[in-house]
Design a protein around this ligand. Sequence first.
Ligand SMILES: [Zn+2]
Length: 361
Amino acid sequence: MFVVEHDADVIRSAEWIVDIGPGAGKYGGNIVYNGEPEGITSSGSITAEFLNKKTKPAFSRKPFESFYVIENATAKNLRNISVKIPKGVLTCVTGVAGSGKSSLIHGCFARQHPEAIVIDQSPIGKSSRANTATFIGVFDLIRKEFASATGPDPSLFSFNSKGACPKCNGQGVLTFELHFLDSVKTVCDECERKRYHAEVLDLKLFGRNIAEILDMTVNQSYEFFKSSRIKKHLHLLQEVGLGYLKLGQSLSTMSGGESQRLKIATEPTNESNIYIMDEPTTGLHLSDIDNFYRIVKSLVANENAVVIIEHNLDIIKYADWIIDLGPEGGKKGGELIFQGLPEDIVNNPRSLTGKYLKNMI
Ligand SMILES: [Zn+2]
């Protein structure tokens, strides 16, 4: 059986491990370990580092005093259940696929609390003109750096404005509309996908032109820039495990998980809000899960309630409160199996989540 996996316990129980890396995106693509599990811990890979790590992020369950209450929920397959969600802490909603988690949280809870901030995996933008750098607001700062280093107005360094390649208008590609057929895109032969006017590309900051900078990853550009304001924006993306994204990568090409983490990275830290996230660790390498937990922790520290629909035990074990639905999916689901503290779910014989969590807490 072949399993593509991030979960430490599954990895530890494997009989053979193929570890690919060393990094993500352009830093990946190589086999960094291929062998029995005993050998991986000395391979020096990120996976090995994680498996070897004995110290986890410091955590203690946060106490709470009051609750949001959902009474007699019957949406979809829910069987007239009533649950409590504590304010200002992390709640994980667990259960097998189809057990009613989404119906309870999106169908009932989010409707009762329209002010809740839902951070989902839906695409951020369809426009090919918006990219990583524009979305996190760092592109304006970079253009200003260019302008002060080289002289012209910052708008010259925008491919949406004065600096655009005249042939493709800054798209980098040429689109041919064909009657009765889908349009055809080809790489612009004037700028060769660089999107900029040739004269703009002669202007350099620390030896690089603007197109070369947009071709850098977040991690590379974090090393490249000296401005602490720019670094601060870039660091937000590193914290959510997106250091491998290129600054110029279009939002329209990002996966659901990447879109969701971009939203998390740019969410202003408010107080006493409700945040709802659906399976936010999907696609996250296990070394990034602890970083993700640190973000959740900082939201909770500001008295926000964070409600996560999750199956990843590495996050569930950190919950302050668990709502477990089941026992199965569809018609056989929709029951409240358990609600309460993680330390108590492990003793609940009906809860599958409790059974698996037992070894972890
Ligand atoms: Zn062009």
